[in-house]
Design a protein around this ligand. Structure first.
Ligand code: FMN
Length: 223
């Protein structure tokens, strides 16, 4: 029920809510940041794969990976990885990686058009940069790079995916997205690349901040 205390804007929203329709979307990719995972292959070369089912819980990052992919295989045997976060303008490099797998032969379960590529850094036009604490390299062009180690790798309930819990050991940031003299990423300078129902977006302007923000006040609210 709408109470008299609601203003006009929220009244409109409440009325809109009654007009929902039931749909059956083929995907539920409702807009999460893209990451590029670098992992080590059996032969000591490195694989690079885009994914967007990733989120952080404290210093742990949880990843959802197709069980048939080379990345899931690698993390099952060699736990080192780098979680590289590209910026919105790097979406074309990400999309160049989209039809590629580091797995040979290509599993029949992979999407149509998927092909084997042993050197995905070169295929994407991205440069390797040595890591400090893990074996796979960082992606030099990515403004944020998280060196991490998979602590738990196991099947999801469907058996189609693998859930990885990775502990982050070292964070590297482009100084242009860091509040000078601090360890804070400046939210006004950094935007993730968001995968929104298979389309790429950056962030729009800031709307507000959490009561828990620790970003120094002088830097907040910039355009
Ligand atoms: C933007 C984007 C997001 C993706 N998100 C995921 C994901 O969250 N999980 C996943 O398993 N695959 C995801 N994929 C598909 C993988 O990148 C694809 O299966 C790739 O072949 C995996 O490479 P690999 O077999 O060398 O590990 C995504 C692809 C793109 C382009």
């Amino acid at each position: 029920m709408i109470t008299a205390s609601l203003d006009t804007a929220s009244l409109d929203t409440a009325e809109e809510a009654t007009r929902h329709i039931a749909i059956e979307p083929s995907i539920l990719y409702f807009g999460t940041p893209v990451v590029l995972l670098s992992t080590e292959n059996e032969d000591g070369s490195y694989n690079l794969a885009p994914m967007s089912s990733a989120w952080a819980l404290g210093q742990t990052v949880v990843l959802g990976l197709g069980a048939d992919g080379q990345t899931a295989r690698n993390l099952g045997s060699r736990p080192d990885l780098v979680i590289n976060l590209p910026a919105p303008e790097q979406w074309r490099a990400v999309e160049r990686l989209a039809p590629l797998t580091g797995r040979h032969p290509v599993p029949s379960t992979k999407a149509e058009g998927c092909r084997f590529e042993p050197d995905k850094f070169a295929a994407a036009g991205l440069r390797e940069e040595p890591s400090h604490e893990v074996r796979p390299p960082r992606v030099a062009e990515c403004p944020l790079q998280l060196e991490a180690r998979a602590l738990r790798v196991g099947p999801d309930v469907s058996g189609e995916f693998v859930i990885v819990e990775a502990a982050v050991h070292k964070v590297h940031a482009d100084p242009r997205i860091v509040v000078p003299g601090t360890d804070h990423v400046d939210p006004a300078s950094w935007s993730p690349l968001v995968y929104n129902f298979r389309h790429y977006f950056g962030l729009g302007p800031e709307l507000g901040s959490s009561y828990r923000t620790q970003t120094p006040r002088s830097r907040r609210g910039r355009a």
